[in-house]
Design a protein around this ligand. Sequence first.
Ligand SMILES: [Fe+2]
Ligand SMILES: [Fe+2]
Length: 204
Amino acid sequence: MNCIFLRYFTILEFLQIKFRQSAFYLRTLKSKLISMLSKKMQAALNEQIKIEGQSSQVYLAMASWAEIQPGIDNVVAFFYRHSDEERMHMLKLIHFVNDRGGFAMIPALEQPTLTYPSIKHAFEELLKHEQFVSESINKLVDIALQEKDYATHNFLQWYVAEQIEEEALARTMNDKLELIGDDKSGLYMFDRDILMVSVQEEGA
Ligand SMILES: [Fe+2]
Ligand SMILES: [Fe+2]
C-alpha cells in the first residue's frame, strides 16, 4: 500500500516539475516574441529619448529668458509651445519602445543655456539645435535599416517629416531676424509674425 502511494506521489511530483518547466519555456518564448527591438536599436532609441527631453529643456530655458524681455509675448508663447512639443516627441518614443517589448529609460538631463545676448542669438541656437536633432534622427533611421527593423523605420518617418518642418521654420525665422538687424520696430513686426506661425500650426 505504502509502495503504491509512494509511486503515485513520485509521478505527481514528476508531472509538477514538467509543468513548471513548460510554463518557464512558454514564458521565455513569449518574452522573446514580444521583444521586437534589438539591443542596438533600443539603445539608440533611448539616446533619442534623451535628446528630445533635452530639446524640451533647451526651449523651456529660452522661453523663461524671453519672458523677462520686454514686448515679445508671442515669441515667449512660441518657445513654451515648442518646449511642450519636444516633450511630446519624447513621450511618443517612450511609448513606442515600451510597446515593442523594450524598456524606455528616463535619463538625467543637462543644464541648458539660461541667457542669450539677443533674440537673434536665441533663434540661431534654435536652428543649430534642430539641425543636430535632424542628424540624430537620420542616424536612427540608418540603424533601423542596418537592423532590418522595418517597423521602427516606419515609425521614424514621422520624425523625419517633423524635422524637415522644424528646420524650415527655424531658417525662415533666422532670415527674418537677419533682415531686421537692430531695428526695434522690425522686432515688433517679427513678434506679430510669429503669432501667425502659431495660428497656422494650430490649424494644421
Ligand atoms: Fe523633436
Ligand atoms: Fe524640434
